[in-house]
Design a protein around this ligand. Structure first.
Ligand code: NAD
Length: 345
């Protein structure tokens, strides 16, 4: 039967992208909603047919524990709140689908994984690109060495944030968003670098930039750039920014050609081609299936006890790499990494 979800946080992404997709496959439904805004609880609750007694404020979050109409919790709150809401969901015996980035520190990620294990419940990080046809096809092409051996990889994820400040927009608050663009948007480039090379970097050197006197960047960075070296000898250059015109691409240059994804990880509109030898364009499917497919994958894991391809361990790995990037930038030197992403020395 259908898996009942509590949606925690009724912000832009929940309302516009994810909630409309929960009913799509008929195997999941919205059983409860949690929000700080009573008017939103009423409006969204009515739109999705959520029972009156399953519409909760954050203060009443604990009530989901006693509600056996709820099997799983989807956490779609500002990042700094993910760890607490996830561990409380596990303590209540629920499965957890948590938005990316998983949390702001590797210690919080480890705490979430441990809580899930203790409760014997599933934890999935909502890394939608793993369910998006272009990226799935790109992973396959790279495994088949469609551009030969990977040598150089570049990713860019940027947009220009309008005037704002930490009190107006959680994405500019250090407590809720960490360093800013890297955790939020650059994470897509990090993920691409990892799943397109199928390697973990052995060293990273990075730099950050924060302009003075700009309220948008009172607490977070404007740009973060990093250079990764992989054991194979491949190198990657990753840049991300909240203060430059919109871009989202991944370029992989191998010994026989290049894979170009631009845009690479959007909600829709992906373009992908291989240059070199015979140029090839790819159109493996509609990118907008990614949202429903990730819900299906999580539902399968809950119902059939199948493995999750984007588990908490993947979020922990990525958070370690983010910590290594900031450590390298702060120290102004290259940081060496163990295969699990932990900094060496
Ligand atoms: P948003 O600002 O639109 O919504 C955040 C919601 O959290 C709001 O409803 C807000 O009221 C609520 N909230 C609760 N406590 C809060 C607090 N203390 N401070 C501020 N807001 C608080 O943000 P969003 O874009 O919906 O992002 C939510 C999560 O989803 C983030 O983790 C984000 O990284 C993730 N996200 C993922 C994708 C994706 O493509 N996978 C896209 C966008 C956002």
């Amino acid at each position: 039967d259908s898996v009942g979800f509590a949606i925690v946080g009724l912000g832009g992404y929940a309302l516009n992208q994810m909630m409309p997709r929960f009913g799509q496959a008929g195997r999941a439904h919205i059983a409860a909603i949690v929000s700080g805004n009573p008017e939103k609880l009423r409006r969204v609750g009515d739109a999705y047919g959520v029972p009156q007694d399953a519409r909760h404020s954050y203060a009443d979050y604990a009530k989901i524990a006693a509600d056996d109409r709820i099997d799983a919790v989807y956490i779609v709150l500002p990042t700094g709140l993910h760890a607490d809401y996830a561990t409380r969901a596990f303590a209540a015996g629920k499965h957890v689908l948590c938005e990316k980035p998983m949390a702001l520190t590797s210690a919080d990620c480890a705490r979430m994984i441990a809580a899930g294990k203790r409760a014997n419940r599933k934890l999935m990080i909502a890394y939608r690109s793993h369910f998006e046809p272009y990226n799935v096809e790109a992973m396959k092409l790279m495994r088949q060495k469609a551009v030969g051996d990977v040598r150089l990889l570049r990713t860019e994820q940027s947009y220009r944030m309008g005037p704002t400040s930490p009190s107006e927009n959680w994405r500019t608050s250090r407590a809720l968003a960490g360093g800013g663009p890297l955790e939020d948007y650059g994470l897509y480039g990090m993920q691409s670098a990892l799943y397109l090379t199928n390697e973990m970097p052995e060293s990273i050197s990075a730099s950050t930039f924060r302009p003075n006197g700009d309220p948008r960047f009172a607490e977070i960075f404007a740009h973060v750039s990093s250079q990764w070296r992989f054991p194979s000898g491949a190198v990657a250059q990753l840049v991300t920014s909240y203060d430059s015109a919109g871009v989202n691409f991944a370029h992989v240059r191998g010994t026989t050609g290049a894979l170009i994804m631009d845009p690479a990880t959007s909600y829709s509109g992906q373009k992908m081609r291989i240059e070199g030898g015979e140029d090839r364009e790819f159109a493996p499917g509609d990118p907008s299936v990614q949202f429903a497919r990730q819900i299906d994958h999580f539902v399968d894991a809950i119902r059939d006890n199948t493995p999750i391809i984007t588990p908490g361990e993947m979020g922990l790995r990525d958070t370690r790499l983010i910590e290594a990037i900031y450590a390298s930038a702060a120290a102004g030197r290259t940081v060496k990494l163990a295969p699990d992403g932990r900094m060496r020395g």
